[in-house]
Design a protein around this ligand. Sequence first.
Ligand code: ADP
Ligand code: MG
Ligand code: ZN
Length: 487
Amino acid sequence: MHDFEAVIGVEVHAELETQSKMFCSCQVLDVTRAEPNTAVCPVCTGMPGVLPVVNRLAVEYALRVALALQCQVAPVSVFARKNYFYPDLPKGYQISQYEYPLARHGRLLILTTTGERAIGIRRVHLEEDTGKLTHVNQEGQTYSLVDLNRAGIPLLEIVTEPDLQTAEEVRAYAVALRSVLRYLGVNSGDMQKGVLRIEPNISVRRQGSQEFGTRVEIKNLNSFRALERSVAYEIQRQIETLQNGGRIIQETLGWDEGRGVTVTQRVKEQEDDYRYFPEPDLPPLTIEPVWIEQIRQGMPELPVAKYQRFQQQYGLGPYDAEVLTAEKEVADYFEQVLAAAPQASPKVVANWITGELFGLLNQAGQDIATVQISPQALGELIQLVVRAEINQNSAKLVLEEMFTSGEPAARIVVARNLTQISDPDQIADLVSQVLRDNPTQVEAYLGGKEPVLKWLFGRVMQAARGRANPQVIQGELERQLAEMKQG
Ligand code: ADP
Ligand code: MG
Ligand code: ZN
């Protein structure tokens, strides 16, 4: 088992969520919801005598990704025809880039439990999506339906070097890339809907060997979980096959989620011959350096940079920094709360967001984009805690109410009478009352049973209906008990 290692490269297809398609003005729709064949025209249905025109915004989106992946952008790239027959491809060819892709030689930093690692990006190129087939099997009749709404949607292909070695790394790569695409606003990252499709190529070889083994490719993975599980399964399967004297065949596999196994979809006897040739209807794609510079200027701070800055600037640990920067909306929210709660430490603010707020969001099946609590409102709540106007327990109740009602914290605190009791005399009275009412426990504590202190603390807090300042209770309890011990 230990003398084998896996070699993995990942191909990603990401739809570019522009208004219109790659080569015509048809709308880019959510193809999982729209009425089939409603966003089509002679260009994207492959009628003769029409000409494609490149969508400038799609190129700009592609360039954003290329720059984010630190690629070298080609001053001139070339569209080519990839010829094959399939019912979802009305032209009989897909316009893609082949010999001269838009960008090459990039890298993406991934974060795994063993640290950070740069994964090489081999190429980034533009193409168009195909239509969508639905296979129907009804009362013994089988047929397929064709929806061309997806045909011609701009598609970006991003291909790594075979740099990845484990299922965990493949997942980390997919997570990092999705995060970049979402930060750049070019793709929603919805794997269920198929707008982001991640296809790992996997082979294994003897440790130390220089040659690559035969690879398989897994398609139709619609979650990170399926991606990670299928890669882990496939590595194991290939190693066992080789150990048992078998051989790996080059094929395209699918993933059976229920059984947890990969299944053959298509065996590749030899390399497909797509008869690529330059697209005669489109001129070479020329990218002016000034345009690249403009796009570079407009780039947002990317997830990895933010992740590093959050650790340096705010003293957060890698876990908090990762959770807070995975989504741009969350990172922005965090920084806005921090600005609204100047007396709170970044760690305290991070805990409120990743602990309490995320908990409520999860329960409600919501995300930060739709939350009723503005960053300013959460900041105000945290300020009340920091200034000891309410205690942590009350604050959690207030947050829950803010979450459902959208009311500001201060109003809830007044309405529910949650103002913290910090008055030492008032708390001293509560403490002596509790000590008087529980002589057995006091006895036990004085006799050396330290943990009883916690129980007594709970009693006092209860007597204060949860509103007392915990530090004051603790101090007062210790003081009165010490007095009893002496007296
Ligand atoms: P194709 O275009 O035919 O799918 P590529 O050469 O572009 O093939 O490779 C696709 C992906 O597969 C790339 O990410 C590449 O790094 C990876 N890859 C190539 N050979 C192997 C191999 N033997 N084992 C694992 N991954 C591989
Ligand atoms: Mg391939
Ligand atoms: Zn069209």
